[in-house]
Ligand binder design. Structure first.
Ligand code: ZN
Length: 269
């Protein structure tokens, strides 16, 4: 499932290729892809130049001259792919945005959990999200974790607490911060919360530089269909039984509520 670094990589691709270009047509074939409002409403975007892009957590935002924002959420298996006009559609292509100059932007989603929608002014649809994980401050995270008995990992992946993190980066952040993912979140001291914020920025920034993580299913692709490479730098995620890169002890997989986490029991306290 794409997390913040993967969505940010796609956003940068869309920004570089399509901003300033005019949308000629938008065609939607998947009913579930546009499910929050009638798909015909997307016609409001026709003829408008793409003015810019943004992102909050795992949501990719596109801004159009004089029009509403179009929000893209990739969820489990969604991909945004650039393509030359008229080239064959891959299976599970649910929406095609055709631009005047730069070709097509296609939304492909085999599992159909992803979606496109036009945001209302002020974006109330994203009102449930906490601060973006790249921008969160220690004070904000302290306030969100205070008094919580839930495990640290469960709160890091809770989009209401912090927007953008999922299973992979929560484990990598806990390792980088030297904290057990099953620590009661409210037990973190202020300096430990600051360490989590620093580790979050470091891990996410490194992953963006590596164009995100593609796992064995190779489902995550960037705008040009290329795989990310940060999976080669994962220190704990998916590495059960392999030596910890810091101390050499085997990485463990521990249950945390309904989830699991990969961790090093000697490096994380
Ligand atoms: Zn270790």
């Amino acid at each position: 499932m794409p997390e913040l670094p993967e969505v940010e990589t796609v956003r940068r691709g869309v920004d570089g290729l399509f901003v300033g270009d005019t949308l000629v047509d938008i065609a939607v074939s998947g009913a579930r892809t546009v499910r929050r409002h009638p798909p015909e409403r997307l016609a409001e975007l026709r003829g408008r130049p793409l003015a810019g892009t943004g992102r909050h957590g795992k949501y990719l935002l596109t801004r159009w001259d004089g029009g509403p924002e179009l929000v893209v959420h990739l969820r489990m298996s969604g991909q945004l792919l650039a393509a030359a006009p008229g080239t064959g559609l891959v299976p599970h292509t649910h929406a095609v945005l055709r631009f005047a100059a730069a070709g097509e932007l296609r939304f492909v989603d085999p599992r159909t959990f992803g979606e496109l929608f036009l945001a209302q002014p002020g974006r109330p649809e994203l009102g449930h999200l906490g601060p973006d994980a790249l921008a969160v401050t220690p004070a904000q995270l302290s306030a969100a974790l205070a008094g919580r008995r839930a495990p640290l990992k469960c709160l890091l992946v809770d989009q209401r607490v912090l927007a953008g993190i999922g299973n992979i980066y929560a484990d990598e952040i806990c390792f980088r911060a030297g904290l057990r993912p099953d620590r009661a979140a409210g037990s973190l001291r202020p300096e430990e919360v600051a360490t989590v914020v620093g580790a979050t920025r470091a891990v996410l920034t490194e992953s963006i530089a590596a164009r995100g993580s593609s796992l064995a299913d190779q489902q995550y692709r960037d705008l040009f269909g290329a795989l990310g490479s940060y999976q080669l730098n994962h220190r704990v995620y998916g590495r059960v039984g392999l030596p910890c890169p810091s101390c050499g002890q085997p990485i463990e997989r521990v249950p945390i509520g309904a989830r699991r986490a990969f961790m090093c029991a000697s490096c994380q306290a």
